[in-house]
Design a protein. Structure first.
Length: 355
C-alpha cells in the first residue's frame, strides 16, 4: 500500500535510543562484573527488532494533539520506553508459555538455560534460565518507566505520561495473570477470551501508547476518549490477527514454530469460537490436544478443525469490522489531519500483517 510516512527511519531512531540507554545502564552495572554484563547483553537482544507499533502509536498519539514536535529527542525516548515495556512482557511471557523461540532466536530463558548447560554449572539449567528471565523482565520493566521519567519533557507533561504508563503496566500484568489462570482452568468462553485479549494485549499495544503520546502533548480528557474509540477496537483487531498468526502463520515469517499457540495451549478467541462451532468429536479432539506435544500432522489436523468450524473466517470478519469501526471513529476525532492519515495507515499495517 502507498503510505505518507516511512516507518523505517523511525524504527532505526527508536533502536538508537534504546541502544544508548542500554549503554548507560551497562556502564552503571559494570562494577558488578561480567554476570551483570551478560544480563544487559541479553537485554539488548530482547529489545532488538520487531515492528515498533507501540512506539509508532505513541509518536502519532502525540502528533494527533500537537502537530509540531518541540523536542524530537524527548519524544523518541518516550516512544522507546514502550518498547522496553514490551520487551519485558515478551521475556516474561515466553517463560510462562514455555516458548523456545522469539523472533527466530532462543527465548531468554532458553538462552540462559543453554549457557548453564554448556558451562557445566551446578544446579538445574532450567531453573537458572527461569530465574534469569524473571530478573531480566523485571529489569526491563523498571527501565521502561525510567526512560519515560527521564525522557526530557517538563514536569507536568511527564506526570501525565507516567500516570498513563502506570495504567498500561498494571493492565498488562493483570491481563497476563488472567491468561495464566484461563490456561490453568483449561477452558474459556468467547467473552472470557476476549477479556484476556483486551487487557493482556489490545490496550497496551495501541490504546495506551496513543494515550501516553497524547498525554505528553497535553491532551484533554475528551481527546483521550476520542483516541480510545479508535485505539481500543484497533488493538482488539491487532491481537485477533496475532491469534490467527499463532495458528496459521508461516514460521519463516513469524519466527515461531508452526501452530505454536496450539502447542502452548492458548485459549484464544479463535479457539473458543472453534470449540463452540465444531462437531462434538472434533471439538473434543481440539480441546484435548491443546497444550500437548504436537507433530506436524497434529498441527495440520487441528488447523483443519478450526478452519472447518468457520472460526478462522469469523475472526477475519471480526478483524475487518473492528478495524472499520476504529477508522470511522478516527475520522470523527478532533486530531491533526496528518496524524489522522498516518494513523489510518498504521491501522491497516497492524491488522493486515503476515508477521
Amino acid at each position: 500500500m502507498t503510505t505518507t510516512w516511512d516507518p523505517a527511519p523511525f524504527r532505526d531512531r527508536v533502536q538508537q535510543v534504546l541502544d544508548a540507554f542500554l549503554d548507560e545502564r551497562e556502564a552503571e552495572l559494570a562494577p558488578l562484573g561480567p554476570d551483570a554484563t551478560r544480563l544487559t547483553t541479553e537485554g539488548r537482544t530482547a529489545v532488538r527488532g520487531g515492528k515498533r507499533f507501540r512506539a509508532a502509536f505513541c509518536h502519532w498519539g502525540y502528533r494527533a494533539i500537537r502537530a509540531e514536535v518541540t523536542d524530537e529527542q524527548a519524544l523518541a525516548r518516550a516512544c522507546a520506553s514502550l518498547e522496553m515495556l514490551h520487551a519485558s512482557a515478551l521475556v516474561h511471557d515466553d517463560f510462562m508459555d514455555a516458548s523456545d523461540t522469539r523472533r527466530g532466536r532462543p527465548a531468554t530463558h532458553r538462552a540462559f538455560e543453554a549457557e548453564h548447560r554448556a558451562s557445566g554449572w551446578r544446579g538445574d539449567p532450567e531453573q537458572y534460565g527461569a530465574a534469569a528471565a524473571i530478573l531480566l523482565g523485571d529489569l526491563l520493566l523498571g527501565w521502561g518507566e525510567d526512560m519515560l521519567r527521564r525522557s526530557g519533557f517538563g514536569p507536568d507533561e511527564t506526570a501525565a505520561g507516567l500516570a498513563l504508563f502506570e495504567q498500561c503496566r498494571n493492565e498488562v500484568i493483570a491481563g497476563q495473570f488472567l491468561d495464566v489462570s484461563v490456561q490453568a482452568r483449561g477452558r474459556a468462553d468467547v467473552d472470557t477470551a476476549m477479556t484476556v485479549l483486551r487487557y493482556k494485549s489490545a490496550k497496551y499495544s495501541i490504546e495506551r501508547p496513543l494515550h501516553i503520546g497524547a498525554g505528553l502533548a497535553g491532551a484533554s480528557a475528551a481527546q483521550i476518549d476520542q483516541l480510545t474509540r479508535f485505539g481500543l477496537p484497533l488493538g482488539e483487531a491487532f491481537q485477533l490477527r496475532d491469534d490467527l498468526l499463532g495458528v496459521f502463520g508461516d514460521p519463516e515469517a513469524t519466527g515461531k514454530p508452526a501452530g505454536d499457540d496450539l502447542a502452548e495451549g492458548k485459549r484464544t478467541v479463535l479457539v473458543a469460537l472453534a470449540l463452540d462451532a465444531a462437531p462434538p468429536a472434533a471439538a473434543q479432539r481440539l480441546d484435548t490436544a491443546l497444550g500437548t506435544t504436537l507433530s506436524p500432522a497434529d498441527v495440520d489436523e487441528l488447523r483443519g478443525i478450526i478452519e472447518d468450524s468457520g472460526a478462522r473466517a469469523q475472526v477475519e470478519e471480526v478483524i475487518g469490522s473492528l478495524a472499520d469501526h476504529a477508522v470511522e471513529a478516527l475520522r470523527a476525532a478532533d486530531v491533526d489531519d496528518q496524524a489522522r492519515v498516518v494513523l489510518t495507515e498504521l491501522a491497516a499495517a497492524a491488522t493486515q500483517r503476515t508477521v
